[in-house]
Design a protein around this ligand. Structure first.
Ligand code: NAD
Length: 344
């Protein structure tokens, strides 16, 4: 089919990408989706089994920073748009070693931008075809007790992960200003939901609790993040990709600020009801007893909160998932997932 819309999604096998692709393909069944992912420790092809047999889904195993591969993809397929998720995403890993963060987040983004730009320029489509870069509110730095990040807040990243993401955001915007490329950047707050890698905060709390191990919480647990249910983020991305203004930034938030300790406590009480039998096995009466405060993360940002009025007023978006129901579904998903893998 010559008028088929083909979209290149990078990092589609990670947490957000693997929630996004089934949602997006379901909403736009006529699109052809190419998922380019090099399956790092964070990528899991099993999270895409719902779409992997569809004839309009294609998986390409490879690195976004591989110029030859990305050039071949753009030559082989007529790519109408890019939705760029691929990244190294774990702050703690970036504190241990930033190298891979620069490779994927900065160089990889540059390679995609450069090759997309060249290809679309040749086709006289540079202004029409969209490059949607997915980013994080962490690029804005850290807040005190009050205030929120708006799209106009200057970037002030404070750890290697957020620095590499800020770099990639700026590169993306620069391709818009310099060449007139149709670039859009979204920055969302912390996502939670099924399919997240077990190293992240919420899966770690659940896993440790189920194993009867100490649940590690940095510092005094007072650090605050805004949390958005992953599907609400995916719906916002679909909307922005199709209707957002070129060269604009959009913040995507959950209007749901939670301290780390409050998250741990809420998960523990969900588990108290959901898997009471393990408490006796672990010799505790409530999972909360396992919470342990550990040495704080280096340079730990105190608070993030985003103002997403622009997205709400311009595009009519709002998050629909309540935190308590979203968290309940999330905990149930991991409990199910892990009890299944244990019995196999
Ligand atoms: P993730 O770590 O779960 O997934 C990243 C995916 O990218 C994995 O499938 C991995 O295999 C792939 N990848 C990594 N390096 C690659 C490379 N060089 N080439 C090809 N593929 C590569 O991350 P996530 O949580 O799904 O985040 C996706 C995007 O959203 C990232 O850009 C992240 O910065 C951003 N983001 C995440 C959150 C969050 O709370 N998780 C919040 C805001 C923004």
């Amino acid at each position: 089919k010559t008028n088929e819309t083909t979209i290149l999604i990078t990092g589609g096998s990670g947490f957000i990408g693997s929630n996004f692709i089934p949602h997006f393909m379901n909403k736009h069944p006529n699109y052809k989706i190419i998922n380019l992912d090099n399956l790092t420790y964070a990528g899991n092809p099993l999270h895409l089994t719902e779409v992997s047999n569809l004839s309009n889904y294609h998986f390409i195993h490879g690195d976004i920073a591989d110029e030859q591969l990305v050039t071949d993809i753009f030559e082989r397929y007529d790519i109408h748009g890019v939705i760029h998720f691929a990244a190294e995403s774990h702050v703690d890993r970036s504190i241990n070693d930033a190298k891979q963060f620069i490779h994927t987040n900065v160089k990889g983004t540059m390679v995609l931008l450069q090759i997309a730009k060249n290809n679309w320029e040749q086709k006289h489509e540079l202004h029409n075809r969209r490059f949607h870069h997915i980013s994080t509110d962490e690029v804005y730095g850290s807040l005190g007790k009050t205030g929120k990040f708006t799209e106009a807040t200057p970037y002030n990243p404070r750890n290697p992960y957020s620095a590499s993401k800020a770099g990639s955001n700026m590169l993306a915007k620069s391709f818009g200003y310099t060449y007139g490329m149709n670039v859009i950047v979204t920055s969302s707050s912390n996502n939670y939901g099924p399919k997240q890698h077990q190293e992240k905060l919420i899966p770690t709390i659940i896993r440790k609790a189920l194993n009867g191990e100490a649940i590690p919480i940095y510092g005094d647990g007072s650090n605050i993040r805004d949390w958005i249910y992953v599907l609400d983020h995916c719906k916002a991305l679909d909307l922005v990709y199709h209707h957002g203004q070129s060269l604009e930034k959009y913040n995507i938030g959950g209007s749901n600020e939670q301290s780390n300790i409050a998250i741990a406590q809420q998960i523990c009480s969900i588990l108290d009801e959901l898997v009471p039998e393990l408490k006796t096995e672990h010799g505790i009466s409530r999972y909360e007893e396992l919470i342990t405060f550990t040495k704080d993360r280096l340079g730990h940002d105190q608070r993030y909160a985003v103002d997403d009025q622009k997205l709400r007023t311009e595009l009519g978006w709002q998050p629909v998932e309540e935190f308590h129901t979203g968290l309940q579904k999330t905990v149930e998903w991991y409990v199910n997932q892990w009890s299944r893998t244990k019995t196999h």
